[in-house]
Design a protein around this ligand. Structure first.
Ligand SMILES: Cc1cc2nc3c(=O)[nH]c(=O)nc-3n(C[C@H](O)[C@H](O)[C@H](O)COP(=O)(O)O)c2cc1C
Length: 209
């Protein structure tokens, strides 16, 4: 697959995980791709915690479903009905999970390029996540990003220090297939915005809602 094909095939996966094993070499290639990401001041502020333990995953899954209920309680009418249909994770069905963290102290205090924009460290972690996602897609694996959690819950579950931020819980594994249309679009939650609506020339004009 060329890079554009991988980008268009990539999907956020919840329902299609098979639970089949991932070859150790493949997992290493995917994590090495994540680790090859660009980073502010070359800080490489990420770590990757591979979670296989069914008990840890079950505990996290319960927390995610409490958070899902919390979000659902704030919805009414058509939004509530649409959200009811949407599966938000494949924590139990996927082969394993990778939790990606951000350590703002790595390479500090003189972080080249972060003096004015503290978030540049977080941006770097997100690029590592995107590399992981694309590499997994190229390997025929699915990835599902889960963000329905309280950071402190995940910190205590995985013994992450207070100064380190958990950025993503990623479900990973072989899939039956990758959907062609994103789940949220198929379930009528939101659609892809036409690219011309988000490209502006010479000055910023407000994009779509
Ligand atoms: C920061 C971030 C957090 C996300 N959190 C969740 C989540 O908790 N549950 C979920 O089902 N999808 C989550 N997603 C996936 C998005 O819903 C998905 O990327 C979007 O609907 C577009 O679909 P696609 O990735 O298949 O193109 C998240 C994606 C990002 C980038």
């Amino acid at each position: 697959m060329d890079v554009y094909e991988v980008i268009s095939r990539r999907r956020d996966v919840r329902a299609e995980f098979t639970g089949a094993a991932i070859d150790d070499e493949v997992l290493r290639r995917v994590l090495s791709a994540a680790h090859a990401a660009p980073s502010v001041g070359m800080t490489q502020p990420w770590d990757f915690v591979v979670v296989r333990d069914p008990d840890t995953r079950a505990r996290f899954h319960r927390h995610v479903h409490d958070e899902r209920a919390h979000f659902a309680a704030g919805l009414t009418g058509e939004r509530a009905t649409a959200f009811d249909r949407i599966k938000i994770d494949g924590i139990l069905e996927s082969t394993l999970s990778v939790v990606v963290t951000y350590d703002p102290d790595r390479g500090s205090p003189a972080v080249l390029g972060r003096h004015a924009i503290a978030d540049a460290g977080l941006y770097s972690v997100c690029l590592a996540i995107q590399n992981l996602w694309l590499a997994a897609t190229a390997e025929g694996l699915g990835v599902g990003w889960v963000s329905f959690y309280q950071e402190d819950h995940l910190r205590s579950l995985l013994h992450i220090p207070a100064s380190v931020r958990p950025v993503a819980w990623l479900c990973l594994g072989p899939v039956e297939r990758l959907q062609e249309v994103p789940d949220l679009e198929r379930h009528g939650w939101r659609s892809r915005i036409p690219v011309d609506q988000v490209i502006h020339h010479e000055r910023y004009t407000r994009g779509p809602a």
